[in-house]
Design a protein around this ligand. Structure first.
Ligand code: C5J
Length: 226
């Protein structure tokens, strides 16, 4: 029986072994995706992120069914903001800053309603959630240690936003030796041009940062495995 999947991708096909591959769901938090959160306070139209929700839900269901490891990340800070650099808090001269009270609780603060993952993509109690203070999921977290301990060498990358936390995390992962497959319809940006440019940068130069594919191509590959 075949154990490896081949996913049509760019710049060329991506092969993966489900046993050593994890699905990474980056920052699908209310604070970025729903009105009344950090994303909106930055001046963005949060609806631009919504098209990524349904394809990510389908990929999540398929990965769970195939027993792939699923990990989530959330960007945010301790309630005393001791892990939030003042330069980050001041950035943008926002009326409602990180740590201030907003309609979904304190903005980007762990434990608050807005900080948590949207209902459509809720983690299961057995799935790991990595809380990160920065944009990259490897900075100041135990993500790398966990992935190595459980034998993960490839990542299927989904989440928001494409050019910020998704791209930073994919670059960090690539430098650490992980093979990354970014699903273009499962990542989203408030800026359509940045979405396109991010995906182009990842797959350029022979896949200098990683591979790019779609949820449909990944699901086809799962089907072909039988
Ligand atoms: C941002 C993120 N955009 N998760 N965070 O500030 O991409």
């Amino acid at each position: 029986m075949k154990t490896h999947l081949t996913v049509e991708a760019e710049p060329y096909e991506f092969t993966l072994d489900p046993a050593s591959t994890a699905l990474l769901v980056i920052d699908m938090q209310r604070d970025f995706i729903l009105p009344g959160g950090f994303g909106e306070f930055l001046g963005n139209k949060v609806e631009l992120l919504h098209p990524a929700i349904e394809p990510t839900r389908r990929v999540l269901a398929a990965c769970r069914q195939r027993r792939l490891t699923v990990l989530y990340t959330r960007e945010g800070h301790r309630p005393d903001l001791s892990d939030c650099p003042p330069s980050k808090r001041e950035r943008g001269r926002l009326k409602i800053k990180i740590g201030d009270e907003g309609p979904m609780g304190r903005v980007l603060v762990r434990g608050e309603y807005g900080h948590d993952i949207i209902d459509e993509l809720s983690p299961l109690p057995t799935e790991t959630v990595i809380d990160k203070p920065g944009k990259g999921a490897f900075f100041a977290t135990d993500l790398d240690l966990i992935l190595r301990n459980i034998g993960i060498s490839s990542l299927i990358v989904t989440g928001v936003t494409s050019e910020v936390c998704v791209q930073t995390t994919t670059r960090e992962a690539n430098d650490r030796g992980y093979r990354c497959l970014v699903l273009e319809d499962c990542v989203a940006s408030y800026f359509p041009d940045f979405q396109r440019a991010t995906l182009d940068m990842i797959k350029a130069q022979g896949g200098i940062v990683g591979w790019v594919s779609t949820s449909a191509r990944l699901l086809d590959a799962f089907e072909n495995l039988g």
